[in-house]
Design a protein around this ligand. Structure first.
Ligand SMILES: [Zn+2]
Ligand SMILES: [Zn+2]
Length: 88
């Protein structure tokens, strides 16, 4: 029995009946990645500062926001693990 991994991130891929392929570590089809705001999400100003870990403020509109946010990175693409990266 061969194991399956996601081609993009190498996480283990598991097939859930009724759901399809998901990442084993998250249980989700889509993987997310953590990004950091470089601009204020409220007004778009670059005049922001991380005042405490993961927490930012904007000096222009005084918004408080989480400096990190998650975006959908990729949809899982299962490939057999034992194939070991020999791609065409
Ligand atoms: Zn993945
Ligand atoms: Zn702002």
């Amino acid at each position: 029995m061969s194991e399956w991994i996601c081609k993009w991130c190498g996480d283990e891929a598991v097939f859930i009946t009724g759901k399809g392929w998901v990442h084993k570590s998250t249980g989700k089809m889509y993987a997310t990645k953590t990004m950091r705001h470089e601009r204020c999400p409220e007004c778009g100003s670059k005049n922001i500062k991380e005042i405490k870990p993961k927490w930012g403020i904007c000096f222009d509109c005084h918004a408080n926001f989480h400096i990190e946010y998650e975006i959908d990175d990729h949809c899982i693409l299962p490939i057999p693990k034992d194939k070991g990266g020999d791609e065409q």
